[in-house]
Design a protein. Structure first.
Length: 144
């Protein structure tokens, strides 16, 4: 079994809009087409636009393993829509130090799409969305 080292991010590393982080590599930014939208891969509900992407700790994309051993590839977004919260906010096992998380599911099909993170100081919010559960589609597609 390969071990994965994970560094938790604190608020000093907190976000810049994607593309504004000094030294951020272009390869970390998702490739997009004009008018593209991130959608739930299960039902095509619009969730975010590429412009909503954030770089946290210098990267838009992160890989995390939860306490049950599930590995997630997560993209950070400042805005997300079409989601519904499940359960209470908690700081337990947070991948981003100082941020409480809540599970977020697709508001149409209930697929688990990620987490909402809220800073314990200041109330700043961002979304960590599971990239393998999103699909990049055109704005002209259904459900815009």
């Amino acid at each position: 079994m390969e071990l994965i080292s994970i560094a938790l991010l604190d608020e000093a590393q907190w976000p810049a809009r994607l593309g504004e982080t000094p030294g951020q590599e272009e390869a970390d930014a998702p490739a997009t087409r004009p008018g593209a939208r991130w959608r739930c891969a299960s039902c095509a509900q619009v969730i975010a636009s590429p412009e909503d992407g954030l770089a946290i700790g210098g990267h838009h994309e992160h890989a995390f393993c939860n306490p049950h051993g599930y590995l997630y590839r997560v993209g950070c977004f400042g805005e997300a829509r079409g989601l519904a919260p499940v359960g209470e906010e908690t700081l337990a096992w947070s991948w981003f130090a100082g941020f409480a998380w809540t599970i977020m599911v697709c508001g149409v099909c209930d697929t688990h799409l990620g987490w909402r993170y809220r800073a314990s100081s200041g109330g700043r919010v961002f979304f960590g969305l599971i990239l393998d559960r999103l699909a990049l589609g055109e704005a002209s597609d259904a459900l815009d």
